[in-house]
Design a protein around this ligand. Sequence first.
Ligand SMILES: *Cc1c(COP(=O)(O)O)cnc(C)c1O
Length: 447
Amino acid sequence: MKNINLLARSLAAVWHPCTQMKRHESFPLIPIARAQGTWLYEADGKRYLDAVSSWWVNLFGHGEPRIKAAISLQMDTLEHVMLAGFTHQPVVELSERLAKLSGLGHAFYGSDGASAIEVALKMSVHYWRNQGQAQKNRFIYLENSYHGETAGALSVTDVPVFRDAYAPLVRDNFCVMNPDTRQALAAETASDVAERAIDALVATLEKHHQDIAALILEPLVQGAAGMAMYDLSYLQKARLLCDRYQIHLVCDEIAVGFGRTGSMFAYEQANIKPDFLCLSKGITGGFLPLAVVLSRDEIYAAFYHDDISRAFLHSHSYTGNPLACAAALAVLDIFENDDVIAKNAEKALRWDMVFATLALHPKVRNYRRTGMIWAFDVVGVAPGFAQRFFIAALEQELLLRPIGNTVYFMPPYCLTDAEVRHLLSGTLAALDAVENVISEFVDAVVA
Ligand SMILES: *Cc1c(COP(=O)(O)O)cnc(C)c1O
């Protein structure tokens, strides 16, 4: 039996994120009592396979014992201290290790992903100001990009439903064509599409580069665009253009970092280095909020001065929280000790042979994979597909949350081969269930 009381109390007391609350008149909330590995459990034992890693944050499964132990141990000595004027072992060690992994230095901490984006945008503009180029204060972003919900992040996010209501708060920037491979015309390859997107970028740069501080993008996979995957040549050419036109490259790896695309960071695959790297989500394995911005030493140097107004005076209360840093250190240990990147490469190939069945489904188009992210688009569906599919998937013990008509898997890496088969059969069953709903829908409209 559902805990009706808890659901009513939640609707009365909690304003849930990314939700039209009135919808819950017809769709009940799902009360989760506990989680273990890839599974979320209701109090009565009903369970759901967390195929989207709880909004892309979970890496190694729920309740990962080594992360739990690290947080617990840290709790015994220091839960928090302000980071202005003070420092501590976990934040120093994490910063050193992230620098070693990324080749970028001086980690600046925030909490959620959007706070990292705000930091990177502000740092970029302030860098140019410190260089005597205060007019360089606008950004280029890609079509269908998503960088978070705060006002600065929305100004480089191309999702009208998230943005329109706040138009008066959001600054105008330059939106350019993205390299999403699904835009390929007849004989075009992925790299042809990337080339067309590069042409659009060049056109904007030629016209406006004097006023532009940075280009911001999600390397290899635009998550909220519906797992839009693209050719790495785009990153290589964009990097060269940023150098030529003297603007920063901000890589938002909040979603794709920590192995999701097959390498620790997605930009590595293009053999480039960003000027700013934004990380969050998976960084603590899904245990605690933590975000970080790493940057080139030359950027840090431009703020280092006797004059306080040249300093980066940004801060958040929980900056560099020791518990979150301890969780992140445990995550990095797991990557090393379990050889996660290499193991994932084997898993991805094995699982891809199972999931590829989906490509044969008559309603499926653009079946695709980058590293540990799978996605496909469902054609010929009535409006409201995402919501109906979400509910049909729950019936199959799956947590899947389509974006528009795109269904994707971004599972915790601990998924077992048996769970992979469950995910495939459940997805196929949910697709068929939704199709029935559609035929009923069509019948109703026709009748
Ligand atoms: C989720 C996400 C963000 C925002 O992170 P929050 O923690 O939700 O603020 C920014 N960029 C990308 C690419 C994301 O996927």
